[in-house]
Each structure stands twice: as structure tokens, then as C-alpha cells.
Write a new protein. Sequence first.
Length: 320
Amino acid sequence: MNKISVIVPCFNEEEALPVYYREMIRVMRKMPEVEFELLFVDDGSTDRTLEILRNLHETDARCRYLSFSRNFGKEAALYAGLQNAQGDYVATMDVDLQDPPGLLPEMYRILKEEPYDSVATRRSTRTGEPKVRSFLSESFYKLINCISKTEIVSGARDYRLMKRKMVDAVLGMSEYNRFSKGIFEWVGFRTKWLEFQNVGRCAGETKWSVKKLFFYSLEGITGFSVAPLSLASVIGIIFCVLAFLMVMAIIVRTLIWGDPVSGWPSLACIIFFVSGIQLFCTGIVGQYLSKTYLETKHRPIFILKDSSEEKRETHEKVSV
């Protein structure tokens, strides 16, 4: 019997967890030919999330959990889940039911019957999402696909089902600064895309503010494209040429009309403008340098504080 591991990152999801579990029970009953494990990753929650996960583990052995010592972010949670998943097939999805669990049977059928290594999902619509957020998201996908060799499908979700070979390939990329959407595409393998309409959260509030999404998009751009560095070089060359032409124009003007004192406001504006461009380019270089610095420190992607395995081992020792 094949086994599917479902990785579910959780951060302050005490309201959504019971709803998600009930929905997954219905899905698992529809797939009696498959063994399941639900691997919840508590990303340093400060509410009752960990308590609920412990209760789920006690009542249903298929539910496992990992708990971080602090909030390391969704990317770290996904990586921890992939490292600890035991299934022949591994799925990643959100706990808020914005990734419909009802798609799992079809995703599993495709991997069993068709020549694909992964089945991924994307939103065909953004109904119900704020227009500004939708515009920024679509702009990000257009930008990164223009400047990166790794194509990322617009509206792509982290919700996907993968074969073990693809999971092992993703785990081979143990970089500290992670952008899973790009990593899934970079490792290759044949992927089939399923579309679904946007679904609202079943409970609770989103943890992704515009600020967090902005910095997450920077991770994607700096992680899968060096075009900004080339842009800084091109801008530098352009301004060197412009400066040379302006010097020549000033020399010619002085020789023909003399050297009047007027023009200092425009000169001050030019100085401020060029200085701003220099700082902007320096900032781009600094972004890449900071990523390199963090990678060379070799810090762990996550730190475990508690897990269902540790609790089971403790229980077995007490029983003996």
C-alpha cells in the first residue's frame, strides 16, 4: 500500500486546525487504498496550535507534528516537513483550506496513471482578494519571469503532490534562503498543473501582510535571478557615458559663449539624481552580499523544540 505524507505548516492556526482535520478525514475516507500521514509543522505558534496538535496525535496516530523553537517562516516549515516525511508520495498544503484537500484523489490518480512526477496547483481567479494585492502579485510573476531563467507559473500555490524522487531532489538544495516555488521549478521533473478558483480562508486571519509578501518576493528575485546586478552595471555604464557627453558639451559651450556662473540649481539636481542611482545600485549589490553572508554562516534552517516522535519515545521509556 502506497503512503502519502501531507505536510501542513501552521502558525497560530488554532481556529483552522479542527476544520482542516475534519475535511482531511473526509478525503482520506475516499482513498482507502492509500495510507496517510498528516505531518503538521508548528512554526513557533503563540496560541493553542501546539496543544491541538498534541491532542490530534493522541487521538489519531496518522497525525504527527514538529514544533519549532521560534518562528522560522513557512519556507523552513516546508523544508522540515520534507525532511521528516515518510511517504512514497509527499503533498504540501496550507491549513486554512485555501488549498482544497478534495483535489488530492485526482492528483494521486494522475501520478499513478500518467507520466508525471508532480501535480501542482494554481489559482485561475483571485476573486475575493484585495485588488492592490492581486495587482502586486501578478506584477511579481511577470517581473520574475522576465529576469529569471526559472519560469514560475502565475498564481502557483505551494499545494502539490510529488513523487519521492522529486522530494529527494528538493532536499538536496539545502540553501538557507529558500523560495520553494522557484526550487520546485528549478529541480525540473515533469509537472502537471491543475487550476481551481480562489477559495477564502476557512477560519482565522492571513499571516501574510503586504510587507511580508514584499520581502518574500525579494527572496524569489535574488534567489533565482542575477539580472538586478547586471542592471546596476548597465545603469553605471549609461551614466558614465552621459557624464562624458556632458563634460564635452560644457567644454564646447565654454569655448563658444564663455563661462557664466548660472546653472547651479540644475547642477545640484543632477548631483542628487546621480547619487541616488549610485545608492540604489549599491543597495542591489548589498542584497546579494547579505544572502551570501547568511549562506556562509551555515546556520540551521530550523530548530526543533518538540515533536510527536520525541513524545512517543518518552512514552515508551515510561512504559518499560
